[in-house]
Design a protein around this ligand. Structure first.
Ligand code: ZN
Ligand code: ZN
Ligand code: FE
Length: 758
């Protein structure tokens, strides 16, 4: 009996080869009808004998193309209407924009083979792309995802490209960014004076590598913006880049030509290798095993961030020298967003570089490289951007109203929720400079437009002075704004990811977050669900003399810990001449000294007390150096924080710990042992507290979140300890531990509160 079925496929199904897949499947099975892309995804209308139709539907569910993410398939039976053949119909505009843009992915193996094949018409053509690979998110202006709505619009296809584009059996069928040397974008090498040195990709790659070898710094336009490239083995070049970027400490990312090359100087586990080679191609943080690159790439650290080539031009560059190790750092001044427009790059990057490699296709949505690490065979984000954005987090239940969550002011990402998905923006960085704030607004508007979101629920951090708080109020235009405590958001972000609805024990170890008492939190033990939380324990408050200034000059926090412990300022031995007496008076008089209980700040203070760090140039520098120190030994002393019961709340007292620490240092205990002891003390204290909470509440699930867990000794130590003690440990794996995950938690909380209030 003839049957007809209308099938709606939702998810990442456009621009990933879904229609040709359906077309081939229709030809193979013999169903008749059509397939088309519309703004809701893919629509398939087919009819055939019942058995044939069944086979078609079964294979549809199981064989879809690799880049597709099928979220939902809806079937509806209709009356047969006598289709004669199977066709791919033109894209249809419908009122609802309910589809995704795929993320930018690395060039695929098939394209790469053509790229290096002298007989192929795209031989060494740097914009080679197919349905299974290449730029997407970075070039899309609007939906539906068609060439006219991308920055490829200004490159009309040549006849040959058009033929491939229109052939459903071709790998480039409806590949929107498809191009060739005849019709597509071109690459250029410019001198600083604006002379065009070459337009030949092969020549550009060769000259580039030669210039890099000579110690030059070159700006190279990549997928999500410009990189600054130099020879990682040349200390002079690396130092020059550090000086120009005004970035004395923060590690530079590297690019090498192959996994084999990475293995020459780094430890690479099978999981790390898989991540390095994944289509998302993130920067992976790996342990150094040999000193092959300049020590200034990551001063004082035993880990390096490395990625493999992902754009065709990167492959060409490394073809000229397979042994090269390049610094490939984001093209920006520290604290500013990555440069991604040509004119802007020429203006802002000319102080860094000697040459520019650009191309004449516009980047619409910028993104930095994603950064990840592997621990205990699991991968974690430090920065979620290129390759992953805008892949949504799918929900089991739909949100009834569109939600906008603005995130936090540091390491910002924002999120939107619509139907059953949450889409998180690319990493936007610290929203301090006007240029970053402007880009934030621009990116929000871009997301609202391309995902067709009209938020009715607005949510932000409760920090009264955050830029994100102000902007949310502005966007809400008088509608109520839900304000969420920072660490509650940290904990709920993990609950959303793991689809947990019951209360959990939440440990939030963080740098800075505004607390409900107006103080700075970040050493918190909660019992939390999505609606709210109860603070059961926290570290004792200590002052940050000078506020923000103490975060940069961490010796002030060291001094503050001494003050708190009732010790004299002499215990702080500093290399530089700092105004110790003035700051001591500030502490005594409690002038401009906000109180904090954050673990991040505690790390800062202990670093200062142990003589590890006095002043920092970048966030988390002191904790990173302290972690490095602790890595040098396994020896720890039985030193611990004492717990003080204050009604239902427990105070983790730092006073006695600091007194002991200082005494031991004075007696000559090696600092690495003290650094290790500090880490272990936090781990064992946490176990003690969590055990108390389990006894009180019966809850066995523990969420770890907050930027301090990027410290791998702390993370691994606590994770193992909790597991060994029978706890279920939940960790963020789809968003970072740091504030890059805040927006996801905000969505989870808003969703709950909003449902309950309406
Ligand atoms: Zn490809
Ligand atoms: Zn062409
Ligand atoms: Fe935080």
């Amino acid at each position: 009996m003839l049957k007809r079925c209308v099938i709606r496929v939702k998810g990442i199904v456009q621009g990933v080869g879904f229609r040709p897949f359906i077309y081939r499947l229709a030809l193979e099975t013999g169903v008749k009808g059509f397939v088309l892309n519309d703004t809701e995804g893919v629509l398939i209308d087919v009819e055939a004998e019942e058995e044939v139709l069944k086979e078609f539907l079964n294979r549809l569910k199981t064989e879809f193309p690799p880049l597709a993410v099928v979220q939902e398939i809806i079937f509806k039976e209709e009356k047969p209407c006598g289709y004669k053949n199977f066709v791919i119909k033109k894209s249809q505009k419908t009122s609802k924009k309910d589809t995704f843009i795929p993320p930018d992915t690395a060039v695929c193996q098939e394209c790469l083979r053509e790229f290096f094949d002298p007989k192929d018409r795209r031989y060494l053509y740097p914009f080679i792309v197919c349905t299974h690979c290449g730029p997407r998110f970075s070039i899309v202006k609007d939906l539906p995802y068609d060439r006219e709505n991308t920055s490829m619009a200004e490159f009309p296809m040549c006849n040959e490209c058009r033929k491939e584009y229109e052939d459903p059996l071709n790998r480039r069928f409806h590949t929107q960014p498809t191009a060739c040397p005849v019709c597509g974008p071109k690459m250029f090498l410019w001198s600083l004076k604006g002379e065009l040195l070459s337009e030949n990709p092969e020549e550009i790659a060769k000259i580039c590598m030669e210039l890099i070898k000579k110690g030059h710094i070159i700006a190279i336009k990549g997928v999500g913006g410009f990189h600054l490239a130099c020879n990682a083995c040349n200390s002079e070049a690396v130092l020059k880049l550090r000086e120009r970027k005004k970035r004395p400490f923060k590690p530079f990312a590297l690019m090498v030509g192959s996994v084999e090359k990475a293995k020459e100087f780094l430890e690479v586990s099978p999981e790390e290798e898989e991540l390095l080679l994944s289509k998302e191609r993130p920067i992976v943080i790996l342990k150094k095993k040999k000193d092959l690159v300049s020590e200034f790439v990551a001063p004082g650290l035993s880990f390096l961030g490395v990625m493999l080539p992902y754009a065709p031009f990167h492959h060409l560059l490394f073809k000229t020298d397979e042994d090269a190790i390049l610094v490939m750092t984001s093209g920006n001044l520290s604290e500013e967003p990555i440069c991604y427009k040509d004119e802007e790059a020429f203006e802002r990057l000319r102080i860094f570089v000697d040459y520019f490699v650009t191309y004449n296709r516009e980047i619409i949505a910028h993104s930095d490289d994603s950064v990840m690490f592997v621990l205990n065979k699991k991968s974690f984000f430090i920065r979620r951007a290129r390759g992953f954005v805008p892949v949504p987090i799918l929900l089991r239940t739909k949100v009834s109203k569109h939600i906008f969550a603005s995130g936090g002011d540091l390491k910002n990402t924002f999120a939107i929720a619509k139907d059953n998905k949450i889409i998180i923006s690319q990493h936007l960085g610290d929203l301090e400079s006007p240029i970053t704030q402007e880009l934030y607004e621009k990116t929000v508007n871009h997301f609202l437009k391309v995902f067709d979101v009209k938020p009715e629920v607005f949510v932000c951090d409760m920090h009264p002075r955050y830029f994100t708080t102000r902007i949310t109020e502005k966007l809400a235009r008088g509608k109520p704004v839900i304000k969420v405590q920072h660490h509650h958001a940290h904990i709920v972000s993990v609950m959303v990811e793991h689809e947990i609805y019951e209360p959990v024990i939440g440990i939030a170890f963080d740098g800075t977050g505004f607390g409900t008492d107006g103080k700075i939190w970040g050493g918190e033990f909660f019992i939390a669900d999505r609606k709210g939380f109860k603070r059961y324990a926290h570290f004792s408050y200590f002052m940050l003399p000078g506020g923000e200034k103490a975060i940069k000059e961490v010796w002030r926090i060291g001094l503050s810990l001494l003050y708190k412990a009732g010790l004299s300022p002499e215990y702080l031995s500093l290399k530089k001449d700092y105004p110790i007496n003035i700051i001591w008076q500030m502490l005594e008089k409690r002038i401009n000294s906000p109180e904090a209980c954050s673990v991040g700040r505690l790390f800062d203070g202990v670093s200062a007390l142990l003589g590890v760090c006095e002043e920092i140039s970048t966030e988390a520098e002191a904790p990173q150096l302290l972690e490095e120190l602790a890595r040098r030994t396994e020896e720890t002393l039985p030193l611990n924080f004492s717990l003080i019961n204050k009604g239902e709340e427990i105070l983790i007292s730092v006073e006695e710990f600091v007194r002991e620490l200082v005494k031991l240092r004075k007696e000559g205990t090696p600092v690495e042992v003290l650094a290790r002891t500090f880490h272990e003390a936090i781990i064992s204290t946490s176990l003690k507290l969590v055990s108390i909470l389990r006894e009180r509440t019966g809850i066995k699930s523990v969420v770890l979140s907050g930027g301090a867990f990027q410290n791998r000794i702390l993370l691994l130590g606590l994770w193992q300890t909790l597991k060994n003690s029978g706890f279920k440990v939940l960790l963020p794996q789809k968003v970072p531990f740091n504030d890059g995950g805040i927006c996801l938690g905000q969505i989870g909380i808003a969703q709950k509160i909003q449902v309950h209030s309406s």
